[in-house]
Design a protein around this ligand. Structure first.
Ligand code: FAD
Length: 452
């Protein structure tokens, strides 16, 4: 064992450093590190980083390892730092509506603890059981209810971070208004472990909704889709919490066997929208929901609709939207999470489909997304595993001219590094690199991720 690993063992205890066979037994995506160090406190994280900084030892921060852009990829010369033993919920403050947590707590436990305390932590993603709250911060996770509650950035009031040299930057602020100079926590949100290790957080909790209204509605044109979004946003009194659009191909896929979902609406329309509103009074919320949708139908904006009448029907609607696994029928497939401003979305998707068909006439291109926040999921199958970079080039080509983003979720990691300049100007990239050099002069934190 190297002197550095020995020193890390002295900091985190014998069971705090995993190497050899125990390491080989772990399921680690994207390459095995030299060792996994598992500190149990902020003080230990600081001591580990101080030792690594002095030794010039690269450190790869590990959360729940659910990210899909190789942002946790590690080599045999790099040490992983896992937050798995910093998994305590430290405090729930009902008066301030905050929860103070250690960064290794899985998202689902945060949601459950908030619920048990009569409140809600609104961030929700499919990987909730494994993804940690620290990983959610480092990737600025979004999810299904961004339209109402914002992204992870909007759920954080305070943060404690350990910088590359072991400095502890503690800003465990609980107040919403705090205009005392730079808001330093913002730097670390979405930084993919390249600027510091997030160790503790003060999360903002929200009142728990008591009513959930849901419907699937259909539209024939994209203009109708945006008109429906604007109407619901304006007329549902701020309760619109999800607006998930499924293009026809994807809707057919997830409502046709072998998919288990039964179609709430027939397969004849161009666009299907899962609408959800969360409110505070079941009877009046249901009445308003019905009235707003009925009016949209009478005006011919909504061409068909089905309102969920029970919790089972609501769950079934979400299950249809979330049955992404059906795309495996077209394997090999390439998946993308991109953003496009709403006014350019229709032309972007049309052009993309034409460009793919020009090259691969039998391609499959499934499109769905959290439309309210401009985020599209695109899954492409062209029957050729080696065509990945060709498909990537086509998917990203239409974004810069429309002000789109090559990453709406997961971040950049290694996989999207080559495309970052399509979404960021040379000046922005230079400023990012200046910040990185200032906070991590020895380049030990997640080196090579986001940019080289
Ligand atoms: C099934 C599924 C559904 C998803 N749905 C969505 C969605 O709807 N919306 C969305 O936005 N995203 C979605 N994601 C992506 C998800 O947000 C990220 O995978 C997740 O937030 C990462 O958390 P993690 O703990 O697994 O982090 P990891 O995957 O372990 O790490 C991700 C990055 O964060 C860094 N990191 C981790 N912990 C820390 C820390 N404490 N301090 C500093 N850096 C750290 C890592 O170095 C790495 O760069 C989905 C992922 C999956 C697998």
């Amino acid at each position: 064992m190297s002197p550095l690993l020995k020193a890390l063992g002295e900091i985190s205890g014998a069971s705090g450093v995993i190497t050899g066979e125990a390491l080989a037994e772990r399921l680690i995506p994207h390459g095995q590190p030299l060792a996994i160090v598992r500190p149990q406190s902020t003080k230990e994280v600081a001591e580990v980083l101080r030792a690594c900084h002095e030794a010039g030892q690269p450190v790869i921060p590990y959360g729940g390892l659910t990210g899909l852009v190789e942002a946790t990829s590690a080599s045999q010369t790099e040490v992983a730092l896992s937050l798995e033993r910093m998994n305590q919920i430290e405090e729930i403050d009902s008066a301030s509506r905050t929860m103070t947590v250690q960064a290794g707590v899985p998202l689902q436990l945060v949601q459950e603890a908030a619920d048990a305390a009569g409140m809600m932590f609104p961030l929700d993603i499919g990987a909730r059981g494994s993804a940690t709250i620290g990983g959610n911060v480092a990737t600025n996770a979004g999810g299904n209810r961004v339209i109402r509650y914002g992204m992870m950035r909007d759920q954080i009031l305070g943060m404690e971070v350990v910088l590359a040299d072991g400095t502890v930057l503690s800003s465990l602020n609980k107040i919403i208004k705090n205009n005392t100079g730079y808001d330093l926590k913002q730097l670390f949100i979405g930084s993919e472990g390249t600027l510091g290790i997030v160790t503790r957080l003060v999360l903002r909790l929200r009142p728990k909704p008591v009513s959930q209204q849901m419907a699937f509605v259909a539209a024939n044109t994209f203009d109708e889709v945006t008109e429906i979004l604007n109407r619901l946003d304006a007329n549902l009194g701020g309760s619109l919490s999800a607006f998930e659009v499924l293009w026809q191909d994807y809707y057919k896929l997830v409502t046709t066997p072998p998919a288990k979902g039964k179609p709430p609406l027939n397969h004849d329309y161009g666009y299907y929208i899962l609408v959800e509103a969360l409110g505070g009074d079941d009877a009046s919320d249901a009445e308003r929901f019905l009235a707003v949708l009925s009016e949209a139908m009478e005006d011919g904006v909504v061409v068909d609709g089905a309102i969920a009448q029970s919790q089972a029907e609501r769950d079934a609607m979400w299950a249809i939207r979330d049955d992404v696994g059906q795309v495996a029928q077209f394997r090999p497939v390439f998946s993308f999470d991109i953003s496009v401003p709403l006014n350019h979305m229709d032309s972007y998707v049309r052009e993309l489909k034409i460009a793919l068909s020009d090259q691969w006439p039998d391609n499959k291109c499934m499109v769905f997304g959290h439309l309210g926040d401009g985020n599209l999921h695109i899954v492409v199958g062209v029957g050729d595993k080696s065509a990945k970079s060709q498909v990537e080039a086509i998917v990203y080509a239409g974004l810069p001219s429309r002000g789109g983003s090559v990453s709406a979720e997961h971040g950049i990691g290694i996989q999207k590094r080559a495309y970052l300049a399509m979404s960021r100007s040379p000046e922005e990239l230079l400023t990012m690199k200046t910040i990185k050099r200032a906070l991590d002069p020895n380049n030990i934190l997640n080196p090579g991720k986001i940019f080289i």
